[in-house]
Design a protein around this ligand. Structure first.
Ligand code: SF4
Length: 435
């Protein structure tokens, strides 16, 4: 059977999709990226917040419509199925099967039955099939979360934190590098807590040292660090490493202590300020990224203004902003959602406007410097090469480096580029050497 897979949501969900692709591939099924060719489509959904749920439902409805005349089967799995399986089964009879995350250990049996095929292999026991650029891979070091941020449904969906054994991760990294991966991006719901579920100690630093020593790895980047879990030894490990980028993705969620407390976050302004200062004192050019949630119940205008001025004070290189949405069964569900939707949007836009100025200033600091760029595409129209430097994670949030070159540069190689200009989120330059 020709099967197409649609992956929605974050990089953590993408790893599940790649595990599914690996399972189907190892079991001899034919995979396709073409709607026209597919006989069955599996949608791996996200169900984290309102816009993600909306996107998932719209995608299911669209494919269900297409299924009527064109598909034999439609399967839905992932976070949305985990959260709302009974309701979805009732509301969407056109979907042949909903599979919750907790059922993945039996995924081969469930899919075999639903698709009327044979899948002899076991989910998670066969190598995953990378779905993106062959030189970049995510390495999921843990799943689930033991934090209980008041607004967040992730612990309900993904369960408690389960760190992947260090040896298994090193083996997976070796396999990825042997297959041509040059950039590893470590992910988890809370990467800085890696290993804490084993013995209440942080093990990220130890894991990083082993990954850094692997032959063939070029860049290692860590995403999703909790502000109070960036100890000095982690900073020292990154400082002493050959391949770990000084890229600190620290979702702080808010810049006002009262709001952080209301959100059940452990950190506060002072701690964040100190950690950022420590990082800045330790690296020549560290990259700092954060995420902010605006419009949480009780967020007064004063709290919002404090949030904005803390954003200005820290001067993050990159920022993502979400507006609060009331999620069933989360601790904040009982609270009155008392910031109007238009006001949430206004606050989000104000934060983003401030960030735009900060970002412009931060980006200008790169002009005149030489950066190492991983080349990923060439624009057919402008003939400019497009790549990313240490400043830019692969999830599309941080922009790119664009440059001209007389030489033909193969995709997936590293070149040195001198930055000459800033164009919005992007850096422009010219190539000065190949690595
Ligand atoms: S750290 Fe907080 S926001 Fe992040 S996944 Fe865990 S509970 Fe959710």
């Amino acid at each position: 059977m020709k099967i197409g897979v649609i992956s929605l949501g974050c990089a953590k969900n993408l790893v599940d999709t790649e595990n599914l692709l690996g399972l189907l591939n190892a079991s001899g099924q034919e995979l396709t990226t073409s709607y026209q060719e597919a006989e069955a489509i599996i949608i791996n959904t996200c169900g984290f917040i309102a816009p993600a749920k909306e996107e998932a439902i719209n995608t299911i409805l669209e494919v269900a419509d297409y299924k009527q005349a064109n598909l034999k089967k439609l399967i839905v799995m992932g976070c949305l199925a985990q959260r709302y399986k009974p309701e979805l089964e009732k509301e969407m009879p056109e979907v042949d099967c909903f599979i919750a995350i907790e059922e993945y250990k039996h995924l081969n049996q469930i899919l075999s039955k639903a698709l009327d095929i044979t899948i002899p292999k076991t989910y998670g026991k066969v190598p995953r099939l990378l779905s993106g650029k062959p030189w970049m891979a995510y390495l999921r070091i843990a799943d689930g979360c033991d934090n209980r941020c008041a607004y967040c449904a992730i612990p309900l969906i993904r369960g408690p934190m389960r760190s992947v054994a260090e040896d298994a991760l090193v083996e997976e990294a070796k396999r990825l590098v042997a297959s041509g991966v040059k950039e590893l991006n470590l992910i988890a719901q809370d990467s800085s807590r890696y290993g804490y579920d084993w013995d209440q100690k942080l093990h990220l630093s130890h894991l990083l040292k082993r990954l850094d020593a692997l032959e063939g790895v070029h860049w290692i980047r860590i995403l999703y660090l909790y502000p109070d879990e960036i100890p000095d030894d982690l900073i020292a490990t990154i400082q002493a490493s050959k391949h770990i980028l000084p890229y600190f993705d620290i979702p702080i969620q808010h810049g006002c202590d009262a709001m952080l407390q209301a959100m059940h976050r452990r950190s506060n302004q002072e701690e964040i300020r100190n950690r950022v200062a420590r990082i800045r004192a330790s690296f020549e050019r560290p990259i700092l990224r954060t995420t902010i949630l605006t419009g949480f119940p009780g967020e007064s205008l004063e709290a919002h203004e404090e949030n904005v001025s803390f954003l200005d004070e820290i001067g993050w290189d990159h920022l993502g902003v979400f507006t609060y949405s009331k999620e069933e069964d989360t601790p904040s569900y009982e609270l009155e959602d008392n910031v109007r939707e238009e006001e949430k949007e206004r606050r989000k836009n104000e934060l983003l406007m401030h960030q735009e100025k900060i970002m412009e200033m931060r980006r200008k600091e790169w002009v005149g410097t030489k950066v190492e760029v991983l080349v990923e595409a060439k624009d057919a129209l402008t003939k400019m090469y497009i790549g990313r430097c240490a400043l830019q994670a692969p999830d599309g949030i941080d922009g790119s480096v664009r440059f001209q070159s007389e030489q033909d540069i193969p995709m997936g190689t590293f070149v040195d580029v001198e930055i000459t200009k800033v164009a919005g989120m992007h850096l422009l330059g010219h190539v000065v050497g190949e690595n």
